[in-house]
Design a protein around this ligand. Structure first.
Ligand code: GAR
Length: 201
């Protein structure tokens, strides 16, 4: 799991993963920041962590390679970006493309980019429904095939902060549900369609 912030999504998965029936376990957490709250959550749960800070690398490619190596140590079947505030490029995608999920606090393809700005953008646009999208990453910004979406209504008087917190409640539930389903039932990608469970093609 890759985090840069407080890690409430990570916390939701950690709350689910001790149940053997859930089918998935968080095997490691990699952060782009040494002060990410998500690292503390991982340590408290006994999950190993690593920090790969872009400031310690000469360029983006070197950092990207290092993130890939750090993730590889944990030998994950699935990688989850939850509040990882950096774009991953070709070196990472070569290793983990097709099995790296990102959770985003808007209904893509509307309002991609950093989560806070996406929520502000949706509010400023006057949307009545927003939500959260779980998708596979590709080389673009929030452009990969969509796994699941959940809609969240905008309420009169919402501020970006209030709306984001409402979205995050739905987002965490969505993440826990779909990571479990993918672990238990498998996933395949047909063009832009992600199929979870069901017979192999
Ligand atoms: C989540 O809302 C996630 O969708 C967003 O950051 C938040 C992290 O919350 N991700 C992005 O904005 C990535 N573009 P958390 O640290 O409490 O899990």
């Amino acid at each position: 799991m890759l985090v840069s912030g407080g890690g409430t999504n990570l916390g939701a998965l950690l709350a689910a993963h001790d149940d053997p029936a859930y089918g998935a376990r968080v095997v490691g957490v990699v952060s782009s920041r040494g002060d990410a709250g998500g690292l503390e959550r991982a340590r408290a749960a006994g999950v190993p962590t690593a920090v790969v800070d872009p400031a310690d690398f000469p360029d983006r490619t070197a950092w990207d390679e290092a993130v890939g190596r750090a993730v590889e140590v944990f030998d994950p079947q699935l990688v989850v970006l939850a509040g990882f505030m950096r774009l991953l490029g070709e070196p990472f995608l070569r290793r983990f493309g097709g099995r790296t999920l990102n959770t985003h606090p808007a209904l893509l393809p509307s309002f991609p980019g950093l989560g806070g700005a996406a929520v502000r953008g949706a509010l400023e646009h006057g949307v009545k429904l927003t939500g959260s999208t779980l998708h596979l990453i590709d080389e673009g910004t929030d452009t990969g095939p969509i796994v699941a979406q959940v809609a969240v209504p905008v309420e009169p008087g919402d501020t970006p902060e209030v709306l984001l917190e409402r979205i995050k409640v739905a987002e965490r539930a969505q993440l826990v549900e779909w990571v479990g389903r993918i672990a238990r039932e498998g996933m395949r990608v047909e063009g832009r369609t992600v199929v979870v469970g069901g017979p192999a093609a």
